[in-house]
Design a protein around this ligand. Structure first.
Ligand SMILES: Cc1cc2nc3c(=O)[nH]c(=O)nc-3n(C[C@H](O)[C@H](O)[C@H](O)COP(=O)(O)OP(=O)(O)OC[C@H]3O[C@@H](n4cnc5c(N)ncnc54)[C@H](O)[C@@H]3O)c2cc1C
Length: 366
């Protein structure tokens, strides 16, 4: 259940591995949005920037690092298998993270040395001044990652939907309102789970994979599993730049400055460059106009060309952050009840490693 990047990704990998899969999500009644976004959005994936920030992760051990590294290994294969001639799915690279302080610059330098073979390199302050004078910040250098970058989340959803149809995955446009353990009976052997759907009755199944982000919580509570998550709102701005020639130096797929992502989007119909700015980190579900101002001013570091930009679109979405547990929540809660939710800030990045983990759990059980 859940057809965001995580759920649709899991369904695709499971169907490819030969399992019989049904995907349930009220959003399946219409095609994924094709470009325009505004206001509050229900799907975290639709709201997201699609940034794949895997190899610049600071730690070099632990589950969080392993999941990131594995996803970054899998992404080129996902892009190739999901895209086709009509709609190629491209990984846009590189990603550059600008150091906010001298200490951060030193840490980045050490990381670049350690992960040179993974495509990381440090850009010095002199290099930035000479080559990229119109990038914001830059007094302390920057970390350049050749393999990190971004995937268009809407193109990803579209490609997943196409592959799911090709693989005959049953798509049900409904919300799951309750998950029940079936009463033991000879007729139900192998189908120990019953899903109650909003209007089309019951569905019996041997395995349930819950990929519904924040909406997983109430369903699990009813089954006696407490997996608390809290919403963290994110706002995104789609800007049109005033001058056709600014910024003039080469721009990476993603530039991260003061923790804010600047993602170049190509040109509008009028020839003006578009740029996404995002995303804010706001606890709760209410958007704060102050946070939006901070975003627009790049925490006070916005260069003149950015200050002259016009806002074309503005949207917001919710991230599911697990409380008192690390993100994401990947657990087999009971035989046949698998939780793959709570990806917080990295659900798009971690979709491939999550799907691989889910497939392993199901194959092992079989
Ligand atoms: C503004 C913003 C920017 C972000 N940027 C990035 C980024 O750059 N990179 C990155 O990796 N991550 C990013 N994230 C985080 C990322 O969007 C999430 O981690 C990711 O989308 C989670 O994917 P998901 O499939 O678990 O959830 P979602 O995409 O939210 O999908 C959950 C699905 O479950 C469905 N659902 C809900 N209830 C039910 C029910 N009862 N029955 C059936 N279906 C149900 C919903 O309709 C929805 O389609 C961002 C998030 C936000 C808000």
């Amino acid at each position: 259940m859940g057809a965001g990047a995580v759920g649709a990704g899991c369904a695709w990998r499971l169907a490819k591995a030969g399992h019989s899969v049904t995907l349930i999500d009220p959003s399946l009644g219409s095609p994924p949005p094709s470009g325009e976004r505004s206001g509050p959005l229900d799907s975290g994936t639709v709201a997201s920037l699609g940034i794949l920030m895997g190899l610049v992760f600071r730690r070099s051990s632990g589950r969080a690092w392993r999941l990131r590294r594995r996803s970054m290994e899998l992404w080129p294969q996902w892009a190739e298998e999901l895209g086709d001639q009509e709609q190629p799915l491209q990984l846009q690279t590189p990603l550059v993270q600008v150091a906010a302080t001298a200490e951060e610059g030193l840490r980045m330098q050490a990381l670049a040395e350690e992960r040179e073979s993974s495509g990381l390199r440090f850009l010095s302050q002199e290099h930035l001044q000479r080559q990229h004078p119109d990038w914001p910040g830059g007094e302390h250098g920057a970390l350049h990652s050749a393999q990190d970058g971004r995937i268009d989340p809407l193109a990803l959803l579209k490609a997943l939907r196409k592959q799911l149809t090709r693989l005959d995955v049953t798509l049900i446009s409904e919300a799951v309102t309750r998950i029940r353990r079936a009463q033991p009976s000879p007729a139900l052997i192998g189908k120990p789970w019953t899903l109650e759907l909003h209007s089309s009755g019951l569905l019996e199944t041997d395995q349930v994979v819950i990929c519904s982000a924040l909406a997983a919580q109430p369903l699990l509570t009813e089954l006696g599993h407490q997996r608390a998550m809290e919403p963290v709102l994110g706002q995104v701005l789609d800007l049109e730049l005033a001058e056709p020639s600014a910024p003039c130096s080469p721009w990476p797929a993603v530039l991260v400055c003061q923790g804010i992502n600047l993602v170049r989007q190509g040109a509008s119909a009028n020839g003006r460059q578009r740029l996404w700015l995002g995303a804010t980190l706001e606890p709760g579900t209410q958007a704060d106009p102050q946070a939006l101002n901070q975003l627009l001013s790049l925490q006070g570091q916005a260069p003149a060309w950015l200050q002259r930009a016009t806002v074309v679109q503005h949207w917001q979405g919710l991230r599911a952050r697990p409380i008192d547990r690390p993100a994401p929540l990947l657990e087999v809660l009971e035989p046949g009840l698998i939780l793959a939710s709570g990806h917080y800030r990295n659900g798009v990045l971690l979709a491939p490693a999550t799907a691989e983990w889910v497939c392993e759990q199901i194959t092992t059980r079989r």
